[in-house]
Design a protein around this ligand. Structure first.
Ligand SMILES: Nc1ncnc2c1ncn2[C@@H]1O[C@H](COP(=O)(O)OP(=O)(O)O)[C@@H](O)[C@H]1O
Ligand SMILES: [Mg+2]
Length: 214
C-alpha cells in the first residue's frame, strides 16, 4: 500500500481539502483509495459519508480515536489533525511514501509550519531525506505581497512550493457535498485544477511507478 499524509500543525491550512482532492484524483484513475481520518473533528469522514455513490469511490476510515497503520492494496491518504502525539506522528511518518504540507499565506501559518518541520526533523525518514515532503502554497491570491512572502518563506526553509493553489470559492462550495473540483466538469473547476498539475506530477510516480511520466 502507498501511504500519503496531509499534515501541518496549523488548523485551516487546507489539509482536508487536499486530502479529499488527492483521494478523488486517485479514485478517478481507478486506484483503490482509503481516506483515513485521524482528526477528532472527523471532517474527512463526514465528507466520505456525504459523497454521492455514483462518483468514484473513496472509502472513509475512522482513526480519530486510535491511530493504526492502514494495510492493503491501493493508496491510503491520512488526514492528520493539527495536534498529534509525537510518538504517534513518528510511527505514522515511518509508514509514509510522501508527506503533503499545505501552508497558507499568513505569519501564523509560517510559524506553525516551522514548528511542524522542527517536530518531524529528527524522525528517521526525514532526517535521512528518504521521505519526500511536498509543500503546497494554498489559498494564494494572485501576485500579492502575502503570496510573495509565502514563496520566500518556503524557499528559506528549503521547502519550495511544489504547487501553488489559488484561493477559490468553489473549494468550500463542493466540500459540503462530498465532492471535489475533480468531480466538477465545469470550466471554473477545470481552471482551478490547473494549479494541481505539479503536485499530481510529483505524486504520480509514487503511485503508478517511475515510468508513469507526465
Ligand atoms: N484553495 C482554497 N481556496 C478557497 N478555500 C479553500 C482552499 N483550500 C481550503 N479552503 C477552505 O478553507 C477552509 C479550511 O480548509 P480545510 O481543508 O478544512 O483545512 P484543515 O483541514 O487544514 O483544517 C475550508 O472551508 C475549505 O473549503
Ligand atoms: Mg481538516
Amino acid at each position: 500500500m502507498i501511504a500519503i499524509a496531509v499534515a501541518n500543525i496549523k488548523g485551516g491550512s487546507g489539509k482536508t481539502t487536499l486530502a479529499t482532492h488527492l483521494a478523488v484524483w486517485l479514485a478517478s484513475s481507478g486506484v483503490s483509495v482509503v481516506l483515513a481520518d485521524l482528526d477528532r473533528q472527523r471532517s474527512a469522514l463526514t465528507w466520505t459519508e456525504r459523497r454521492p455513490p455514483e462518483l468514484p469511490a473513496v472509502r472513509g476510515l475512522d482513526l480519530s480515536r486510535d491511530w493504526a497503520p492502514v494495510q492493503g492494496l491501493g493508496v491510503v491518504i491520512y488526514d492528520i489533525p493539527a495536534a498529534m502525539k509525537r510518538k504517534d506522528l513518528e510511527e505514522l511518518v515511518d509508514q509514509l511514501d510522501a508527506l503533503v504540507l499545505p501552508v497558507l499565506p499568513s505569519a501564523f501559518d509560517e510559524d506553525g509550519t516551522r514548528r511542524f518541520l522542527d517536530l518531524v526533523a529528527e524522525f528517521k525518514p526525514i532526517r535521512k531525506r528518504r521521505l519526500p515532503i511536498f509543500a503546497v502554497a494554498n489559498r494564494v491570491r494572485g501576485r500579492t505581497v502575502a503570496a510573495r512572502r509565502l514563496e520566500t518563506f518556503l524557499e528559506d526553509i528549503q521547502q519550495p512550493a511544489v504547487a501553488t493553489l489559488r484561493d477559490g470559492a468553489a473549494y468550500s462550495a463542493v466540500a459540503g457535498t462530498g465532492r471535489t473540483l475533480f468531480d466538477e466538469p465545469d470550466a471554473r473547476a477545470r481552471d482551478l485544477l490547473r494549479d494541481w498539475q505539479p503536485l499530481l506530477d510529483a505524486i504520480r510516480p509514487l503511485v503508478f511507478g517511475p515510468s508513469s511520466g507526465r
